[in-house]
Design a binder for this molecule. Structure first.
Ligand SMILES: Nc1ncnc2c1ncn2[C@@H]1O[C@H](COP(=O)(O)OP(=O)(O)OP(=O)(O)O)[C@@H](O)[C@H]1O
Ligand SMILES: [Mg+2]
Length: 263
């Protein structure tokens, strides 16, 4: 099962959600890979902390290799690093992703990530792809490589309107390149239960029949601390309400995916 976490809007919680859900699966013994396709490297920093600064092969090296034809390409596994947590691995980001972007696009390397992740299918039970806040080559590669798309939503009225365009982009990729891609659901983040606007905006999504997942994730300074300490919530403070919400969300997403597979 390969998940992509996608929203063109910045700062809605993509990296936070991808890393925390991945860490929960890994803590249960699912062999899990996080793929960081964002040059900001937030997921890489979140999972590796200061060690993220050490040079390592990662997603930029993988994509660079696709530009140089070789009879003996490096195995995709060589672009994957361990993290401090058992069963959680990372294909790290690198600033070179920016330089490579236009070359990869002009040379039609859009299916390479899918092929690479397929070659790793025996090594990992779950893959979580963190994407940049843009609909660019990397995001499209991820949507083509994934089975399921999760869309973080920050309860903002503008974001609600942007969701329709975003879902159309996903549907277009599904129609053109990846019939297996399903919208796994909308993840409500930084929800304030006592404010009117977020409640109304989320209710509108539900009324319009959009797949809003539960539980909603509240806002907590603990999340920022978790980034600073480079420790996902399940390891930092498993009893915290946000950690518990992530666990319930993880199980809801997995249950939905399982139900679809059985159909
Ligand atoms: N539920 C939450 N409570 C409090 N802070 C949060 C929560 N979710 C995310 N944040 C904070 O909001 C910021 C943005 O989160 P994150 O980096 O996960 O978003 P993103 O969508 O990946 O951003 P970008 O588009 O820049 O990649 C981070 O500083 C993170 O700590
Ligand atoms: Mg991010």
């Amino acid at each position: 099962m390969r998940y992509v976490v996608f929203n063109q809007k910045g700062g809605v919680g993509k990296s936070t959600i991808a890393c925390n859900l991945a860490a929960i699966g890994a803590s249960r013994g699912l062999r899990t890979l996080v793929v960081d396709l964002d040059t900001q490297a937030n997921a890489t920093r979140y999972l590796l902390g200061a060690a993220a600064d050490a040079p390592r092969a990662g997603s930029a090296d993988f994509f660079e290799q696709t530009l140089k034809y070789s009879l003996k390409p490096q195995d995709v596994a060589e672009f994957v690093s361990p993290t401090p947590w058992e069963d959680l691995s990372l294909m790290a980001s690198d600033p070179r992703l920016d330089e490579l972007h236009s070359k990869l696009e002009s040379r039609h390397k859009i299916l390479k990530l899918r092929d690479a992740l397929e070659s790793l299918a025996g090594a990992f039970d779950r893959v979580w792809i963190d994407t940049p806040p843009a609909l660019n080559f990397y995001t499209r590669s991820a949507l083509i490589a994934a089975d399921r798309c999760l869309i973080p939503f920050d309860c903002d009225e503008f974001s609600r309107r942007a969701l329709y365009g975003l879902m159309e982009s996903v549907q277009e990729i599904r129609a053109d390149h990846n019939a297996a891609l399903e919208i796994g659901g909308i993840v409500v983040n930084q929800f304030q239960p006592r404010a009117n606007l977020p409640q109304r905006v989320v209710q509108e999504l539900i009324d319009e029949g959009l797949p809003v997942l539960e539980p909603y994730l509240g806002a907590s300074v603990r999340i920022r601390e978790s980034h600073e300490l480079a420790t996902p919530m399940i390891h930092l403070d498993p009893a915290h309400r946000i950690a518990q919400a992530f666990v319930e969300l993880h199980d809801a997403i997995e249950a939905r995916a399982g139900a679809r597979r059985r159909k």
